[in-house]
Ligand binder design. Structure first.
Ligand SMILES: [Zn+2]
Length: 328
């Protein structure tokens, strides 16, 4: 059975308690808050032959088939490879599923995640299924970024915002999910994950805290001229480039913010506060703005996986970073 998260309780009661269901739901919200699990839970509930007010029964034929991954009336559409697009051919297969009659005599349920990974052709192919509901079919669309969806897709779904848990609730949940971390480490992970608890767990399993430690130490050594940009680019080559650019982008924003406000509460995570403060005091604002523009532009290229030489790009970043303090 899909995991149930405490911050979804209210929304779940609302969804599970409905007498009538929308033909299509758009479950949206930031990544890493459990939208997929919510959609799977709803899928099981909608397919179950003896659902309770709380959940699917877990024991009927429908529940057992779903668990075994062989339910004939459920369909999951997602990219064939992670981070790739959902192809138009995949959507065509889905469309022919939607027009069939349910084999178990109940509903058919379709789950699509993430909806924004469909290109325009794929999205247009899906529209037909959204426009002409077939029998008792419910479509569950999961989106991390609704701004990337066609308006025609959005308007045909009942939109359902999924909540980001409060910090206290996330930390309580993380205490169980990451029992070996200290509370400070959990706070750090949650901050790095922009408040999304599931993303925080993922960062921990990917070793992001260790990587951050390495990078923060490196930046300090760079500024003390104990290490060169070339050395650091070599040491950091196994760290995801996007992560590095995100951190440097954050740091440049924090420097600017401190220059403008002198607010010591706004210096970000503990590990870099002193460095941020130092750079804010020693660097001209024009230079910080320029490096931030540059970082944002390069980050865009890293995201689009344009053909780059990662080591050279990182070195270029560090050469500029080390020259921040000094002449205003
Ligand atoms: Zn059941």
């Amino acid at each position: 059975m899909a995991e149930a998260y405490p911050w979804q309780d209210e929304l779940w009661q609302q969804l599970a308690g409905r007498k009538q269901h929308a033909h299509a739901y758009l479950l949206h919200g930031p990544a890493g808050i459990g939208k997929r699990a919510l959609a799977e839970r709803l899928m099981a509930h909608l397919l179950c032959q003896r659902p309770t007010a709380q959940d699917a029964c877990g024991e009927c034929k429908s529940c057992l088939l779903l668990k075994a991954g062989s339910h004939p009336d459920n369909y999951i559409l997602e990219p064939e490879e992670a981070d790739k697009a959902i192809k138009v051919d995949q959507v065509r297969d889905l469309v022919s599923f939607v027009v069939q009659t349910a084999q178990m005599g109940g509903r058919k349920v379709v789950l699509i995640e993430p909806v924004e990974s469909m290109n325009v052709n794929a999205a247009n192919a899906l529209l037909k299924s959204l426009e002409e509901p077939s029998g008792d079919t419910v479509l569950l669309l999961v989106s991390h970024q609704t701004s990337r969806l066609l308006p025609t897709i959005k308007s045909r779904c009942q939109q359902q915002a999924c909540p980001l848990p409060s910090e206290a609730m996330s930390l309580a949940w993380l205490a169980t999910a990451l029992p070996d971390c200290t509370q400070d480490e959990r706070i750090e992970l949650l901050t790095l994950a922009a408040g999304s608890p599931l993303a925080a767990v993922k960062l921990q399993t990917q070793g992001v805290r260790e990587q951050r430690l390495l990078v923060v130490e490196g930046v300090k050594q760079l500024l003390k001229q104990q290490k060169s940009p070339t050395q650091l680019a070599e040491e950091w080559k196994s760290i995801p480039q996007l992560l590095l650019f995100d951190w440097f982008c954050d740091w440049s924003s924090l420097i600017l913010r401190y220059q403008l406000t002198q607010d010591e509460q706004g210096l970000g995570l503990m590990d870099m506060r002193k460095v941020i403060q130092y750079l804010a005091q020693k660097s001209g604002q024009g230079k910080v703005l320029a490096i931030q523009d540059w970082i944002l532009a390069q980050r865009q290229k890293v995201m689009s996986k344009a053909n780059l030489n990662p080591a050279l790009l990182l070195e270029a970043l560090l050469v500029q970073w080390v020259s921040l303090p000094g002449q205003k």
